[in-house]
Design a protein around this ligand. Structure first.
Ligand code: 13P
Ligand code: SF4
Length: 402
């Protein structure tokens, strides 16, 4: 048996998650020095950027972007702050951003305003002469941190020893994972998925074998399995801190879906109780949630989908409609500002931005852009050649499924 039985440790990104939680709605940027005063551990940056006012940062970002022209493309995930997303040449959910990264021919450099696994994916999908930059190198993802490579390698070895190494189980990883896991999926006849295509990819996975290992988000895996009609008693959770993930050989043999024990610290805050409270307060409310939310929340919601699904559903809704939204607050606030004729609010009254998406402060964007103006590439994301090749196989399988 390969599984290590070490002590669980909580990712730092998870601990920092509450640093910027607050009860008022808006989260305007402050200077980087002021934001870091709440004791977060972000990447060091030259002192001259630390104390720049938000207005100065904004002005200088505009100048640097204009100077760089088409040689640089800025990609922005929907969870980015307002002060960042306004500079994105393209914004989207993880799937659209990966498609965009794969199709950008003109840009010599992609500045990815999102989190580390997204920039890594852009690096794998873009052409070899393009450089990918993540403005703050510590912008990771607490969920991705819950599936370190050595734990996943151990688990895969254990699963193959119990279920056989030829078609006993198909590995499917959510985009929110390190490149090494995508590579493991690529070389073991598996695939990558995002929240916008998890059902299609899982269906494909079941065509390859009768069983799927889904990493690293147990909630997206469970919600997708239930949507496909797989009963809960055919799902087991793999806890990397327990021998055999905490399962017997019989339980694994009986399972159709093995769910890695990971979660998103932002989306597990949304509850069925909050939905009930919103419905009591606003009887006509529609509730829309991201599939990283727990099963009970997804069950109680009216609509469930990716950030792009949430964005277009609310933008296209009739004037006067009312929406309680179970996803990251920067996106919810943006939707509320852009749709003043609708009532839009975050399901959780204590609004918490994703602490790692939030690490892309305008000072970091300015730092990397001015670096490029001066001919210097700061925070380039690279992926070892072999990992790139194997991860690309798993990503291409997803992209081919549409
Ligand atoms: P989307 O693919 O829906 O944009 O989700 C990415 C993410 O990290 C959600 O927490
Ligand atoms: Fe990761 Fe959750 Fe943040 Fe998405 S919202 S990047 S899953 S921590």
């Amino acid at each position: 048996m390969a599984t290590r039985t070490h002590q669980p440790s909580i990712p730092l990104t998870e601990i920092e998650q509450s640093a910027f939680c607050r009860t008022e709605d808006q989260l305007p940027a402050k200077s980087l020095a002021e934001e870091q005063a709440v004791n977060v551990r972000w990447q060091d940056i030259p002192a001259q950027y630390l104390h720049c006012s938000v207005e100065e940062l904004d002005q200088r970002i505009g100048i640097a972007k204009k100077t760089l022209g088409k040689s640089v493309t800025i990609l922005g995930h929907h969870y980015q702050r307002e002060e960042i997303i306004k500079y994105a040449d393209f914004q989207g959910d993880s799937f659209l951003l990966s498609q965009e990264a794969a199709s950008l021919a003109e840009a010599e450099c992609i500045v990815f305003c999102g989190v580390h696994f997204m920039a890594e994916t852009a690096c794998i999908l873009s052409s070899s002469n393009q450089r990918v930059i993540l403005p703050n190198i510590t912008a990771g993802c607490s969920m991705a941190d819950m599936a370190p490579m050595e734990d996943v390698d151990d688990a895969w070895e254990d699963l193959e020893s119990v279920l056989g190494n030829r078609g006993g189980i198909t590995p499917i990883t959510y985009m929110n994972s390190i490149a090494g896991i995508k590579a493991l999926c690529g070389r073991n006849n598996g695939a990558v998925c995002t929240s916008s295509n998890a059902d299609k990819v899982m269906e494909w996975g079941f065509q390859q074998s009768g069983r799927v290992l889904f990493l690293p988000d147990q909630h997206l895996g469970r919600n997708t399995g239930l949507k496909m009609g797989i009963p809960l008693d055919k799902m087991v959770v793999w806890d990397p801190f327990k021998a055999m993930g905490g399962n017997t050989t019989e339980q694994l043999a009986n399972a159709k879906l093995v769910l890695w024990k990971g979660h998103c610290s932002v989306h597990t805050r949304f509850s069925a109780g909050q939905i009930q409270a919103a419905r009591e307060r606003y009887p006509d409310i529609k509730v829309i949630a991201h599939p990283e939310c727990p099963m009970e929340t997804v069950d109680a919601a009216d609509f469930v989908g990716s950030t792009e699904f949430i964005r277009s559903m609310i933008n296209d809704a009739p004037a006067g409609s009312q929406w309680a939204v179970g996803t990251e607050v920067s996106l919810v606030n943006r939707l509320a500002i852009n749709n003043p004729d609708k009532l839009i609010f975050c399901l959780d009254p204590v609004t918490c931005p994703c602490s790692t998406m939030y690490r892309i402060h305008p000072a970091y964007l300015l730092w990397v852009l001015e670096g490029l103006v001066g001919g210097k590439v700061i925070n380039e994301i690279t992926v070892p050649e072999q990992t790139q090749v194997e991860a690309r196989v798993a990503l291409d399988r997803m992209l081919a499924l549409k």
